[in-house]
Design a protein around this ligand. Structure first.
Ligand code: NIG
Ligand code: FE
Length: 417
C-alpha cells in the first residue's frame, strides 16, 4: 500500500554519488508544502504535495505531518556504543586536571570498560547496547555505526561484534567496525608489538572470514598505536577486504591525517589536533573527516576546525562518538547543535554532515542519508519549521517523531528509556 506523508516542510541534501564538499555542503533542497510517497518502506515519490498527489494511486493512505519540518533520519557514523558500565568517577578526575591519556596509561579509561565488557555475558552486553541504541533512535538516529574495541582479545572482540550484528535491523541499520586496536590490553603491556601481531595475524583474518565487520579502525595516538602500527594494521585489514577508518590526531598531532590520506581511508575521525598539511592531503585524497564536537566539549578541548576543512575541500561528517569515557552522548541533536553554535557550521552544512556525508562515511549512502526516490523512507519530524530549530531551541529535544522504513518508531518529544 502506498503511504503519502503530506503537509510537510522537507529539507534534504541531494546525493551526488559521493560525499558533498566545499560550497556543496551549504546547499539543501527545500520543499515547502511537500509530500513523500512510500511503498514497502522505500521512497517512491517526493516533491510538492500537489504534484505527488496527482501521481499517486487512488487508494493511498494519507498521513498529515502538520506543516512541520521533515529531514532525513540522522546517520551516526562513529560510536563505541557497545559497552557495559559508566565512568563518571574518571570524568570527575578529568575535571580536576587528570588527562585522558594519563588515566589510560595508569590502566583506567578504556581498560576499565574492557574489564566490564569481558566479564559481561553476551545477553547483558546486548541489553545494555540495545538501551543506548534506542535512546539514539528516539533522538532521530536511524542508521549507526558501532565499533568493537572493549574486548581486546579474539574471544571478546568476537562477542562484541556478534552483539553489534544482532542489533542490525531492530529497527536501526547498524554497521559494525572491528576496533581491536583501541588500546593495548594489560596482558600485553610489556610487549605491545605482540598484540599488534595478534590483531594482524589472528583477529583480522577471523573477523573478515566470518563477515563480522565492514570496517577496521585504529586508535592512532601517542602511547596507544603509533603511525607505523596503524599503517601495518590497516594494510592487513585492506588485504582482507575490510574498509578503513582511523582515529587520527584526537589528542596529539602524530601525523594521523597524513596517514589517513596516504592509505585513502574511508574516513578519518576526530582530527582535533591535525595539522594543515595533513588536512590538505586529506582533501586531495577525498578522505571524509568525521568530526565529534561532543567529544571536544566533554574533553574540554577546542573544536576541530570544521570551517577550515570545508574551505580546503575536505568532506565533513558529524558523529556522536558515544562511549563511556571521552563522550557519553547518544544524541545527534546535541552534536548538530554544537556543530552550529560551537564550530560555526551553517544549519545546511550541519544537516549535510549529519545525513548524506555521514552515510558516505559508512558506505550506506545508496540506501539512506537523503530523501530521494529509491532510498529508505527513514525520516525525522521536527517540532519546528526548519532544521534550524535544532540549534535554536536549546533546552529541549526537537525530534518529535522518527520513521524507519516508513513506520513510526519513536514515542514522541523528550521521551527517554
Ligand atoms: O573516540 N579515543 C578512543 N576511543 C574513544 C574513547 C573510548 C573510551 O574512552 O572508552 C574516542 O574518544
Ligand atoms: Fe571514537
Amino acid at each position: 500500500m502506498t503511504r503519502i506523508f503530506r503537509n510537510a516542510h522537507i529539507y534534504t541534501p541531494i546525493d551526488k554519488d559521493r560525499p558533498l564538499k566545499g560550497e556543496e555542503m551549504g546547499r539543501v533542497l527545500v520543499i515547502e508544502d511537500g509530500a513523500i510517497a512510500t511503498k514497502e518502506g522505500y521512497i517512491v515519490d517526493i516533491g510538492r504535495e500537489s504534484d505527488v498527489m496527482k501521481r499517486a494511486p487512488k487508494k493511498a493512505e494519507e498521513i498529515d505531518m502538520g506543516g512541520r519540518c521533515v529531514i532525513p533520519g540522522f546517520v551516526d557514523p562513529h560510536t563505541h556504543a557497545c559497552f557495559v558500565g559508566t565512568r563518571e568517577k574518571e570524568f570527575v578526575m578529568r575535571l580536576q586536571g587528570a588527562t585522558y591519556l594519563e588515566i589510560l596509561e595508569k590502566g583506567g579509561g578504556i581498560l576499565s570498560t574492557v574489564d566490564n565488557v569481558r566479564s559481561a555475558s553476551k545477553e547483558e552486553l546486548y541489553n545494555n547496547t540495545k538501551k543506548i541504541v534506542m535512546r539514539a533512535l528516539k533522538n532521530g538516529v536511524t542508521t549507526m555505526e558501532i565499533k568493537s574495541g572493549y574486548g581486546l582479545s579474539l574471544e571478546h572482540e568476537v562477542k562484541m561484534l556478534e552483539v553489534i550484528k544482532r542489533l542490525d535491523g531492530k529497527p536501526l541499520d547498524v554497521v559494525p567496525t572491528f576496533m581491536g586496536a583501541h588500546a593495548v590490553p594489560r596482558e600485553y603491556k610489556d610487549n605491545p608489538q605482540a598484540y599488534v601481531d595478534l590483531i594482524i595475524e589472528e583477529m583480522i583474518p577471523y573477523v573478515a572470514t566470518k563477515g563480522l565487520a565492514k570496517y577496521c579502525d585504529v586508535f592512532c595516538e601517542e602511547g596507544v598505536f603509533s603511525i607505523e602500527d596503524s599503517r601495518r594494521i590497516l594494510s592487513a585489514a585492506k588485504d582482507h577486504g575490510l574498509g578503513l577508518k582511523l582515529h587520527a590526531d584526537e589528542v596529539c598531532d602524530l601525523g594521523g591525517a597524513k596517514l589517513a590520506a596516504e592509505l585513502k581511508v574511508d574516513s578519518a575521525e576526530h582530527l582535533l589536533a591535525a595539522n594543515d598539511e595533513g588536512l590538505k592531503a586529506m582533501a586531495e585524497s577525498n578522505v571524509t573527516a568525521v568530526l565529534l564536537p561532543a567529544t571536544a566539549l566533554s574533553l574540554r578541548k577546542p573544536y576541530a576546525p570544521a570551517k577550515k576543512m570545508i574551505e580546503l575541500g575536505v568532506p565533513v561528517a558529524l558523529a556522536t562518538d558515544c562511549n563511556p569515557g571521552s563522550c557519553y552522548c547518544e544524541s545527534m541533536e546535541v552534536v548538530f547543535r554544537l556543530a552550529v553554535l560551537g564550530m560555526g557550521l551553517s544549519v545546511e552544512e550541519a544537516l549535510v554532515a549529519s545525513t548524506i556525508n555521514a552515510a558516505y562515511a559508512i558506505g550506506m549512502a545508496s540506501l539512506v542519508g537523503s530523501l530521494e526516490k529509491g532510498k529508505k523512507a527513514d525520516f525525522v519530524v521536527l517540532e519546528g519549521e526548519t532544521p534550524g530549530v535544532i540549534a535554536y531551541h536549546l533546552g529541549w529535544f526537537n525530534v518529535k517523531e522518527v520513521y524507519k522504513m516508513g513506520q513510526e518508531v519513536s514515542l514522541g518529544v523528550g521521551t527517554c528509556l
